[in-house]
Design a protein around this ligand. Structure first.
Ligand SMILES: [Zn+2]
Length: 294
């Protein structure tokens, strides 16, 4: 496929790029009892995630360097020691990775859907975010300016001040999802890569999420944290998308359900050690907990 690369803007053959990196889908298959919980395309059988023709070979390999950094220095470390709180230091490659993910999601949304119709009031913000992120990835600017990247490592919900849908912890630890979410008078790109949540507002605001702002270097922490995200973000990312996913699961055939169950039973030991199983236990415990007073 010959076309213009969205990053370097040169004409040439384009590669099929993953929006959310392939290794995260692999981890989900390994960790999720053998089935994929992919909210980005709930009605399709997904093997390794949504792909689109976006980048030339050179740009694809450039961005894959940041992906490898995230995989080795952040993602795998979190999944290797899921129960203990840890502190992970990072360098500028993490910021590049975050920007590349936010950019891909927004670019893909713009290519595939009529964003200007559904998010018309953000039209200028969307094009400003896309060009700022592009310039940062190309090395034409030092930082992503007002289009900041925020990241948090999600733990299991142990108590809540409102009734949450059944299976919320399974959704938190086992779903891959991305998109654009509205909150207050803003909107943010979100990428939910299993337990890792990346948020980037498309309009300037001062840390609206109370979570780690990814800079050129610093550290991120895992462990007990209060989820204090804006209600719009919480409702959409954790509840609405979970409900949509659950609806789509009703379409799964009897045969497929049997396959999933058999897969879990024949790998019982690894399932019990998995984060999917821990999330399932957390869901049972949460159902029996009284609500927190606000
Ligand atoms: Zn290119």
């Amino acid at each position: 496929m010959e076309n213009e690369c969205r990053l370097c803007q040169m004409n040439g053959p384009l590669m099929q790029s993953h929006i959310i990196p392939k290794f995260i889908y692999k981890e989900l298959k390994k960790n999720g009892g053998g089935y994929l919980r992919d909210s980005t395309q709930p009605n399709k059988r997904i093997q390794d995630g949504h792909k689109t023709f976006m980048l030339c070979q050179t740009c694809e390999s450039k961005l894959s360097r940041y992906e490898n950094y995230f995989k080795g220095s952040i993602f795998e470390k979190i999944y290797a020691r899921s129960s203990e709180p840890i502190r992970l230091s990072y360098d500028t490659s993490l910021l590049k990775f975050c920007v590349s993910i936010s950019w891909r999601i927004l670019q893909d949304l713009q290519m595939e859907k009529n964003l200007s119709a559904s998010f018309s009031e953000f039209e200028q913000n969307i094009s400003a975010a896309l060009s700022t992120w592009r310039e940062f990835m190309l090395g034409d600017r030092e930082d992503p300016g007002e289009f900041k990247q925020y990241m948090m490592v999600l733990g299991h919900v142990k108590e809540a001040s409102r009734t949450l849908p059944m299976g919320i912890n399974a959704h938190i630890s086992q779903s891959i999802d991305c998109g654009l979410v509205r909150y207050k008078n803003n909107a943010a790109i979100y990428a939910k890569m299993m337990k890792i949540l990346l948020l980037s507002p498309i309009k300037k605001s001062n840390n609206p999420f109370g979570i780690t702002n990814i800079r050129k270097n610093g550290y991120i922490i895992t462990g007990n944290q209060k989820i204090n995200l804006p209600p719009g973000v919480c409702q959409y990312v954790f509840v609405d998308r979970h409900n949509e996913w659950q609806k789509s699961m009703n379409d799964i055939s009897e045969e497929q359900t049997k396959k999933i169950r058999n897969n879990i039973l024949s790998n019982a030991a690894s399932y019990q050690a998995s984060d999917a199983y821990q999330a399932h236990l957390a869901d049972i415990a949460l159902r029996n907990k009284p609500l927190l007073s606000k």
